[in-house]
Design a protein around this ligand. Structure first.
Ligand SMILES: [Zn+2]
Length: 149
């Protein structure tokens, strides 16, 4: 549906936001409720981390909220348009049921969307910038070791 390299691909296929190859979740089926939302530490293909800092995914709450409101409004409008004679009680029941059914999927999507917002596509191979920062780190470690001895 979406092409690899587009952020939407990694969001809806639950793939690594960096390379769009490795899996983002421990289990990519959001309806496995024991594992829903469990992010891997790093990508199995490009080995980049999924957790840039502790608590990073708290921000996904806002995404989840927006998705939830979207589902609620859609379910409500669909109910009153398709069944004009439906009572408010029926509409509320449909809204709650759709939220309950969509919940795990929305939760999983909220984290991949949030990751997609902050982690741009870089491809599988390390970028020039990553290589140079890696080289700098190695150099610094070497210098530190030289000072010690
Ligand atoms: Zn990756």
């Amino acid at each position: 549906m979406f092409k690899k390299g587009s952020t939407l691909y990694s969001i809806f296929r639950f793939k690594c936001p960096h390379c769009h190859e490795g899996d983002f979740y421990v289990d990519n089926n959001p309806y496995n409720l024991m594992k829903v939302g469990d992010i891997r530490d790093k990508c199995s293909v490009c080995h980049r981390k999924f957790m840039p800092e502790p608590g990073f995914y708290y921000g996904a709450m806002y995404v989840s909220y927006a998705l939830g409101v979207t589902v609620m409004v859609t379910a409500y409008v669909a109910t009153i348009v398709l069944f004009p004679s439906a009572t408010t009680g029926v509409a509320v029941t449909v809204v709650l049921a759709s939220l309950l059914v969509m919940g795990p999927l929305l939760y999983a999507l909220s984290k991949t969307i949030y990751a997609g917002l902050f982690m741009p596509y870089k491809g599988v191979e390390p970028t020039e910038k990553e290589l140079s920062s890696r080289a700098e780190r190695a150099e610094r470690a070497q210098r530190a070791a030289a000072v010690k001895s």
